[in-house]
Design a protein around this ligand. Sequence first.
Ligand code: NAP
Length: 238
Amino acid sequence: MKTALVTGGSRGIGAEICRQLADSGYFVYVNYCNSSESAQQVAKETGGKAICFDVSDNKSVKKAVNSIFAESGCLDLLVNNAGISEIDLFHCVSEERADQILNINLKGVLNCSRAVLPMMISKKSGCIINISSIWGQCGASCEVDYSASKAGVIGFTKALASEVGPSGIRVNCVSPGFIMTEMNKDFSVTDLDEILSEIPLCRFGQPNDIANAVSFLASEKASFITGQVIAVNGGMLI
Ligand code: NAP
């Protein structure tokens, strides 16, 4: 049985990725940081296992990944999905919060990838899928730190794909547009109407729209695809 680790698998997009991967036959490690109950629920639904660690804490990441290796012998797929956002003017975001955004959204991706790669390189196979954002592609006013972190994820994806392709490892990125999850719970009805008017397919995305793209990139059907950014945004950025 193939094994996957999904960071931030407890809620929203990550939880749906866990469900689809389990349907495709993966044993899924459902990572969470705070939402223990919902992570346990996702693990129960998927027949996987919840695993608690903070992606921004490199020591905890190493320890958790080593425990996965000890238990399952290998890891075939890493989905770097965990992320946080903040909506405010750039100069009003505290240094502490800005560090947190970069440490979770970008450094977390680096930490988890670094921890799994030696094993994937020795096996000469593996797949890493990073979740960026439309704002990492075009930049968003009032989400400047977030945009910078997500643009970093795109640069990281391309560079790492070039480096580890010869080792049989594919690295790709999915870049969601506006997806209905708790991350967007604070938008007003007026804001939502305005955003909707900018989406040519006339609907907001759902977590399964992103999970569909992840499932495809993880599958054999994508075996010649690496270093790419697949935008799933209803045409919001063309
Ligand atoms: P969400 O509903 O807020 O869920 C965020 C997930 O990240 C939760 O499972 C959370 O786990 C986890 N997480 C946060 N900090 C963590 C940490 N330090 N260590 C481990 N896990 C952590 O967000 P979402 O909408 O599903 O977003 C998932 C990804 O898609 C993020 O990278 C986000 O930036 C990206 N994205 C979302 C949208 C959108 O419109 N929703 C658009 C573009 C990109 P706990 O609750 O257990 O802490």
